[in-house]
Design a binder for this molecule. Structure first.
Ligand SMILES: *Cc1c(COP(=O)(O)O)cnc(C)c1O
Length: 409
């Protein structure tokens, strides 16, 4: 792999994002290829959260909702996320979890097309998205899933809602949001995009695509911490025409009038539900500081450079050990993660983790690697591939302890 090592060194020397690694706290010696599951800790977060605990909770107490602006955090953070996903101000709110947000926007979407019957998604969608749809669709609606490359052809006038995750959580396959949204719109189909593996991973242009709704995750590429609040987007001209069926007091026009009748707030605020988790919101807000001067085109360029290099490295020995690339080779169709079908993939991943290379395993047989351009180098990629080759060649993974399944993989 000497030639690849040299290529990595050259790419790192010319990398405009190389300095961003200093914005994160990463344990020494670790090659972390799982930022698509839980992003690393931005260095400024710990102090900000500590301050929110000691000065905010400890001293300001209830006054903090006004004096520290806690009540506005979901909107302020929403506006910051909006800047990363091509959304205008006042169209994104940071709240709840991705699952809950999806339930909210799905109900709003269904109500826009009451005469239709089908919610269309793809078989690669993340299970929680499909579960939420299964739970939210009443008798009148059916959930239809087709293979990802059949989605466009399956859009028909019966389709009411197109609900897709832009980047496939297993394979990294990237849907063409602009083209699919345009076709959906031409047929009167409402679109919901899940940006869990897109926000912070690649440039997204929700407004340009004309998407109706979107949801996304705070703890993956946005590094908001374990269980960080998620976000949702509603196209501005729709906001006052739709409403969530989770009509909590924080989505009321005037929560502190304690009016017994629900009246939706104007705009995106009506998609809030209950009291925001302020300590998590403070962490999320601080974590977003790392993006302030970042150009998403540069992130995309480096992401493809990292994932392309990882593919080149691993494909050199993949066939010998029965590994098969599950991700698109073509840059245009690939998000920011790469995975391989791998015999005994679970044990192989456990052995990798023990050697300090953290990726993850996804059923049924995938070893998966997330590429996060702000804190990974090309050298990390070559180093990880070399350790994987060593584990496969020496069959280090073939030990009982690597086969014991943890609850979270
Ligand atoms: C990670 C992920 C989620 C996570 O949902 P939570 O409600 O945060 O558990 C949802 N959808 C997709 C596509 C994901 O990748």
């Amino acid at each position: 792999m000497d030639d690849l090592k040299q290529r990595a060194d050259e790419l790192d020397a010319a990398d405009p994002l190389a300095g961003c690694r200093d914005r994160f706290t990463i344990p020494d010696g670790l090659i972390y290829l799982d930022g698509n599951s839980l992003g690393v800790l931005p260095t400024n977060v710990a102090d900000r959260v500590a301050d929110a605990v000691s000065r905010g909770w400890g001293e300001q107490l209830i006054r903090g909702w006004n004096t520290a602006g806690w009540i506005d955090l979901p909107r302020r953070i929403g506006d910051r996320i909006a800047g990363l996903i091509g959304a205008p101000e006042d169209s994104v709110v940071c709240a709840d979890s991705t699952s809950v947000n999806l339930a909210k926007v799905l109900q709003a979407a269904l109500a826009l097309v009451p005469e239709r019957q089908v919610v269309l998604s793809d078989t690669g969608n993340f299970p929680t998205d499909l579960y939420i749809a299964q739970g939210q669709l009443g008798q009148a609606w059916a959930l239809r899933t087709v293979a990802p490359d059949r989605v466009s052809a399956a859009l028909t006038p019966e389709t009411g809602v197109l609900m897709l995750t832009q980047v496939d959580y297993r394979t990294g396959r990237l849907h063409d949001m602009a083209t699919l949204t345009a076709k959906a719109r031409s047929l009167g189909v409402v679109t919901i995009w899940d940006l869990a593996h897109s926000a912070g991973a690649l440039p997204v242009d929700l407004a340009g695509a004309g998407a109706d709704f979107a949801v996304g995750c705070g703890y993956k590429y946005l590094n908001g911490g374990p269980g960080a609040p998620a976000f949702l987007y509603v196209r501005p001209d729709l906001q006052n025409r739709v409403s969530s069926r989770l009509t909590g007091w924080m989505g009321h026009a005037a929560p502190f009038t304690f009016d017994p009748e629900y009246r939706p707030a104007e705009g995106i605020d009506r998609f809030r539900v209950g009291t925001p988790a302020i300590l998590s919101m403070v962490a999320m807000d601080a974590a977003l500081d790392v993006w302030d001067d970042i150009d998403m085109q540069a992130v995309r360029q480096k992401s493809l450079s990292l994932s392309g290099l990882l593919i080149d490295c691993i494909e050199r020995f993949a066939g010998e050990f029965g590994l098969e690339l599950a991700s698109p080779r073509d840059d245009h169709n690939r998000g920011s993660q790469v995975s391989w079908h791998c015999p005994d993939g679970y044990a192989v991943m456990q052995a990798l983790i023990e050697r300090g290379v953290i990726g993850d395993f996804r059923e049924p047989d995938l070893i998966r690697f997330g590429l996060t351009p702000l804190y990974l180098s090309h050298g990390d990629v070559v180093g990880a591939a070399a350790i994987l080759e060593d584990i496969l060649r020496r069959r280090t993974w073939d030990q009982p302890r690597f086969h014991v399944r943890d609850r979270v993989t």
